[in-house]
Design a protein around this ligand. Sequence first.
Ligand code: ZLM
Ligand code: ZN
Length: 376
Amino acid sequence: PLTVKATRKDRVAYFYDADVGSFSYGSSHPMKPHRIRMTHSLIMNYGLYKKMEIYRAKPATKQEMCQFHSDEYIDFLSRVTPDNLEMFQKESVKFNVGDDCPVFDGLYEYCSISGGGSMEGAARLNRGKCDVAINYAGGLHHAKKSEASGFCYLNDIVLGIIELLRYHPRVLYIDIDVHHGDGVEEAFYTTDRVMTCSFHKYGEFFPGTGELRDTGVSKGRYYSVNVPLRDGIDDATYKSVFEPVIGKIMEWYQPSAVVLQCGGDSLSGDRLGCFNLSMRGHANCVNYMKSFGVPMLVVGGGGYTMRNVSRTWAFETGLLNNVILDENLPYNDYYEYYGPDYQLDVRPSNMFNVNTPEYLDKVLSGIFANLENTKF
Ligand code: ZLM
Ligand code: ZN
């Protein structure tokens, strides 16, 4: 049973841009920004606007984007359109736009909205204006300094963490997307000021990185934690890995800010994912992180069965506001997406859990052995 522990008066700042749902990667592309608009409609119709402050962030500027990305890459993103794409053949290869990362109308604007939300969320946390900041348009963890990757062009998370580092000596990044958070890991692989911890499917799965023994280099050695998982992980098993690993990291690293990537493709029934988490199993991670009472930036990420992503992110927004949402969905702009039951829960399936106790024991002892090497 889920219990919500109230930490002081939790002041939540929620960032949403009404334009974001209209961007499209293409009709058959799995990534649908529309799910963010669906989430927003649920959040509003559950009445959560009474609990939190709602903001539309200033779009990230070129200069802000270039705190992480290269000038020539951002320049390319700002110039390329579906109409002039043929003039950018060489650049398209170099910057990896194509099937996974198509050039679509408004691409640059979409990136600036995603980045602006995470940067402004981080800035509000820095100024002590809120305890939790939420940006579901963010969480695009694969983007690299000079390259798009895995549906991600601008790494809003890295930009948000850079902002947090202006005030916070140590920032912990946690990633529960089914895919490895490679772009964020790579950006901070050589520093001990950011610890990254990714829980993901590993083995013949995109992006192919994130094995147990990848722990960071130089000053960053042992400050990257990877939890490689197999198909079909369920709520109880996920919790039995997540809580001990994160509990240990919180105790030893003592971050003054946390960034939580809440990719919804780790849910059961995801179009691309292969885990078996229910909404409540996924949300347990959010609730657990909240219990530490450390300033937290919550971002979105993957999630390809839209009705399940919106349910889960709405429920998690409730938790962050100390509200448990009612099981019956309120009427909302996208009510027909939630039939035939119109219920909130995302339920697990009967899929097989390939993560045996022996396998998970091996993973956990490997991680604890790595953490023993850190002298925080
Ligand atoms: N092909 N269309 C997760 C990012 C996952 C790389 C295999 C592209 C797809 C996928 C795109 C309509 C996050 C790979 C895939 C086809 C090389 C991936 C366009 C279907 C479609 O129907 C599709 C024309 C597309 C892409 C499936 N791509 C499934 N998995 C991964 C990237 C992002 O959730 O972590 C964070 C937001 N890419 O496996 C290929 C190797 C390109
Ligand atoms: Zn993903």
